[in-house]
Write a protein that binds this ligand. Structure first.
Ligand code: NAP
Ligand code: MG
Length: 452
């Protein structure tokens, strides 16, 4: 058996060792999940709802423990980590209302009645990336369980601690054995097996576009259901008529939160030319004032990168480029980089095109509304974006024209669990969260009953 040493990214010190599952152990867990499925799907809706609420209460009772685990494992600021643990609780509470409301339809037909059912798929495999280990796990496993599926979940190799704890808390809350199983391991072993094992009926994947394409291709072999939440290179569009002070003050947090390791990071800022100088001046002040300190400190606004490898990859984008300005960075052995702002007018530049997944933002001027929309859409990605303007008509036109799944006007809204979330183009396939998420974990069955 192989193991992985978890490293605290803020200090580069080892935290603990985690055993990594083999293919045989993964198969055994999938078979246990399959064995648990018939009984779980027969649990009465109200009882399944009660179990999910009980799970939420247990998560809430361990909120601080989960948050501290994430600070140590992932370098998330304690403020963010508490929000993330609270998000798992809230998602459990939200979808605890789903079992009793998984309505089918009654469709008028001659000679009898026609009704539809939303039936669970069986075993669902959830594959989670390292950037938001708790929320992204919950967005997959909670609606899947609510719809009557059993779940096997693979955390990212480098960030397994909170997922493992959530698996233990599920049992403490009374979920039957085998209904929700966390399997720490490598993507090439456990993740691949979710794709190839015929008992796994759906793969719910969040991660890079590159791996997502391979998963989609692998799932095609068995016509396996798949949801993909992939990368992004989202635009923050600031028109000259906007509240420039507000736009500039909020822009750093829209990209540097979680050290830029956020698929929704607004990593391209488009600023209308007449407001460009004012915006940049105010942005410099805002970036310079960020608190990039020990993530365990209550005041911390940005922590380290997840690994030395990720830090080096991000730094690679900056080699040979002169930053316009940077924010602070602590003296530390951990994997830190300062928030960094680069200016460009080259739409082919790597900093403008590629998802850097680190604390780097590129700023570019534009001339008019058409120009802004064209530049915003000049990307293979389409996950999120922001629009700052005081003109309501323009806000609406641009929001409808930008090819992305999640847009916010005069704000940088983070993901709300009760609204749908997902990407256009190569940012993903399908939607998570919102009122319809349980349907993504069901098959719709149509039944006709003759009256004579
Ligand atoms: P990644 O390399 O694609 O890994 C994501 C997950 O897939 C990890 O658990 C990984 O396991 C696993 N995996 C890797 N290779 C696999 C394979 N061949 N088969 C099955 N599973 C496999 O992505 P990452 O580096 O962790 O995360 C960064 C990326 O995720 C960014 O591109 C970001 O935009 C994207 N992301 C998107 C969203 C969204 O909602 N759209 C949210 C968060 C992140 P290992 O840990 O063993 O590598
Ligand atoms: Mg990876």
């Amino acid at each position: 058996m192989t193991s992985y040493t978890v490293i605290n990214p803020a200090t580069a010190t080892p935290v603990t060792q985690i055993e990594l599952a083999s293919v045989e152990e993964t198969d055994a867990a999938i078979e246990r999940a399959q064995a648990a499925f018939p009984a779980w799907r027969e649990v009465a809706p109200g009882e399944r709802a009660r179990l999910l609420r009980s799970f939420a209460a247990v998560v809430d009772a361990h909120l601080e423990e989960l948050a501290q685990l994430e600070v140590v494992n992932s370098g998330h600021t304690i403020g963010n980590a508490r929000w993330e643990a609270g998000n798992v609780r809230d998602v459990l509470n939200y979808y605890s209302a789903a079992p009793e409301r998984l309505f089918g339809r009654q469709i008028p037909v001659p000679g009898g009645i026609d009704v539809t059912f939303h039936e669970p798929l069986g075993v669902v495999g959830v594959i989670v990336p390292w950037n938001f280990p708790m929320p992204i796990a919950g967005w997959g496993f909670v609606p899947a369980l609510a719809a009557g599926n059993t779940v096997v979940l693979k955390p990212a190799e480098v960030t397994p601690l909170t997922a493992i704890r959530l698996g233990e808390l599920a049992l403490e809350a009374g979920l039957p054995e085998g209904v929700f199983t966390v399997i720490p391991g490598k993507g090439s072993v456990v993740g691949e097996r979710f794709v190839t094992h015929p008992l796994v009926r759906k793969v719910c994947f969040t991660g890079s576009t590159e791996v997502g394409k391979r998963i989609m291709a692998g799932c095609a072999e068995q016509v396996k259901r798949v949801t993909l939440e992939l990368g992004g290179k989202s635009a923050n569009i600031v028109f000259a008529d906007a509240d420039i002070a507000k736009a500039a003050a909020s822009a750093p947090y829209a990209v540097f939160d979680n050290a830029g390791q956020d698929c929704c990071a607004r990593s391209r800022i488009l600023v209308q030319r007449s407001a460009y100088d004012e915006f940049l001046g105010r942005l410099q002040t805002a970036v310079g004032g960020m608190k990039v300190i020990d993530p365990g400190d209550e005041d911390s606004e940005m922590g380290p990168l997840i690994t030395d490898k990720q830090r080096d990859a991000v730094a690679g984008y900056l080699a040979g480029i002169e930053a316009a300005f940077t924010g602070p960075v602590p003296e530390s052995d951990g994997f830190w980089l300062p928030p960094t702002v680069v200016l460009t007018d080259d739409t082919q530049a790597a900093v403008w095109r590629e998802e850097i997944f680190g604390p780097v933002v590129a700023v570019m001027p534009f001339d008019d509304e058409d120009d802004a929309v064209r530049l915003a859409n000049d990307t293979e990605y389409g996950l999120s974006g922001s629009i700052f303007t005081r003109d309501v008509g323009r806000a609406l036109r641009v929001a409808r024209s930008v090819e992305a799944g999640n847009l916010s006007v005069n704000s940088h809204s983070s993901v709300r669990y009760w609204t749908p979330f997902g990407g256009y183009k190569q940012s993903g396939l399908g939607r998570e969260l919102g009122p319809d998420a349980p349907h993504a974990f069901t098959e719709e069955k149509n039944v006709f009953i003759a009256q004579d």
